[in-house]
Design a protein around this ligand. Structure first.
Ligand code: C2E
Ligand code: MG
Ligand code: MG
Ligand code: MG
Length: 293
C-alpha cells in the first residue's frame, strides 16, 4: 500500500516517509531506491507545472516545474519521498538531467516572457559534473537564460556553502535567476541572502496555512515581504489555497502568489491550454531584462 509514501508530516513543511514499522519503512525505501536505479526514468518521470501569479495585473508570470513519478511497479510516488532517496542513492544528477530536459522542452514552446522555475537539489549544486550538464541542457533547449529560474533551499546551500555559492554565481553569470525556496524554514539567515544574492525569495507555505488565526505567521510573512522589497528582491508566497488567505496576503503587501487557489500543478497539455486560455501575454515581465543580455 503506497499510500504510505504520500503521508506527509505537515509541520515545518517537511516530508518524511511515514510508517509505524521501521523495518517496513527501510524495505520500502530500498524498493524505491532499486526502482530508481533500474527504471527507465526517462519514460516514468514527467513534469507538472504550477502557475505563479502577479496580483497587480492578475496574470501568470511563469510556472514552477515539479517532478512527478509514475512507477509501473510502485505506483505514483511523491517528490518529497523520491528526491531524498535519489540523493542518497546517487541518482539525483541523472534525475535532474532528465527532468530539466523535459521541463525546458515544454517551456521552449511558451510565448515570451513566461518564466520557468526549476528546483535544484543540494547535491546538484555541489556537483561540477551536474552543473556542467545543467548548463549544456539550458543551451541546447533554446530557452533564453533570462526566462529560467533555479530554486534552491538554504539548507541545500549550507551543505557546502563555498561550492554551492560558486555554482549559483555561475548560473547568474549565465543570465539565469536564483530563488531561495522554502524561506523561513530551516536556518534562514540574512547573511545567506546577502552572500547568495538571490533574485527572489519564496516564503514557505507553512506560514500561509494558519495565516488567518496566527498573528505570528502574519508577522513573519510581512517581515519577509518587507525585507525583500528593501533589498530589491522579488518575493513569492507559496501554498495559497483560499480567498481569505489571499486577502490577508494582499494587505501584507504581497505581489506574487503560488498555490492551489490559482492553479494546481498541471501536465504539459494542461499548462499549454492554461497559457492559451488567457494567461497569454502577461502585462509585464517577471523581471526586467538583464543589462547586457
Ligand atoms: P517546493 O519546491 O517547495 O514546491 C512546492 C510544493 O508545494 C509542491 O509540492 C506543490 O505541489 C505544493 N503546493 C503548491 N501550492 C500548494 C497549495 O496551495 N497547497 C498545498 N498543500 N501544496 C501546494 P510537490 O510537487 O509535492 O513537491 C514537493 C517538493 O519536492 C518541492 O517543494 C521540491 O522541494 C521537491 N521537488 C519537486 N520537484 C523537484 C525536482 O524536479 N527536483 C528537485 N530537486 N526537487 C523537486
Ligand atoms: Mg520550489
Ligand atoms: Mg517551496
Ligand atoms: Mg519544499
Amino acid at each position: 500500500d503506497y499510500a504510505l509514501y504520500t503521508a506527509k508530516q505537515q509541520r515545518c513543511g517537511r516530508a518524511i516517509i511515514f510508517s509505524h514499522d521501521h523495518e517496513t519503512r527501510i524495505r520500502e525505501t530500498s524498493r524505491i531506491e532499486q526502482a530508481l536505479r533500474h527504471s527507465n526514468l526517462g519514460n516514468e518521470m514527467w513534469v507538472a507545472f504550477q502557475p505563479i501569479r502577479d496580483l497587480e495585473n492578475a496574470r501568470t508570470i511563469g510556472y514552477e516545474a515539479l517532478a512527478r513519478w509514475q512507477s509501473p511497479t510502485l505506483g505514483a510516488i511523491d517528490p518529497d519521498v523520491f528526491i531524498p532517496i535519489a540523493e542518497h542513492a546517487h541518482q539525483i544528477g541523472r534525475l535532474t538531467e532528465i527532468l530539466l530536459t523535459k521541463a525546458l522542452k515544454t517551456a521552449a514552446s511558451w510565448p515570451e516572457p513566461f518564466c520557468i522555475s526549476f528546483n535544484l537539489s543540494a547535491l546538484d549544486l555541489v556537483s561540477r559534473e551536474t552543473m556542467e550538464s545543467v548548463r549544456q541542457i539550458v543551451v541546447a533547449s533554446g530557452v533564453l537564460p533570462e526566462r529560467i529560474e533555479f530554486e534552491v533551499t538554504e539548507t541545500a546551500v549550507m551543505r557546502d556553502f563555498d561550492l554551492a555559492s560558486e555554482a549559483i554565481a555561475r548560473l547568474r553569470q549565465l543570465g539565469m535567476r536564483i530563488a531561495l525556496d522554502d524561506f523561513g524554514t530551516g536556518f534562514s539567515s540574512l547573511s545567506h541572502v546577502h552572500r547568495l544574492k538571490p533574485d527572489k525569495i519564496k516564503i514557505d507555505r507553512s506560514f500561509v496555512r494558519d495565516i488567518e488565526v496566527n498573528a505570528a505567521s502574519r508577522d513573519i510573512i510581512r517581515t519577509i515581504i518587507d525585507m525583500s522589497r528593501n533589498l530589491g528582491l522579488a518575493c513569492v508566497v507559496e501554498g495559497v489555497e483560499t480567498e481569505a488567505q489571499l486577502s490577508i496576503l494582499r494587505s501584507l503587501g504581497c505581489h506574487l502568489i503560488q498555490g492551489y487557489l490559482f492553479g494546481r500543478p498541471m501536465n504539459e497539455a494542461a499548462v499549454n491550454q492554461h497559457i492559451a486560455a488567457g494567461a497569454r501575454l502577461p502585462g509585464r515581465r517577471a523581471y526586467p531584462p538583464k543589462v547586457g543580455s
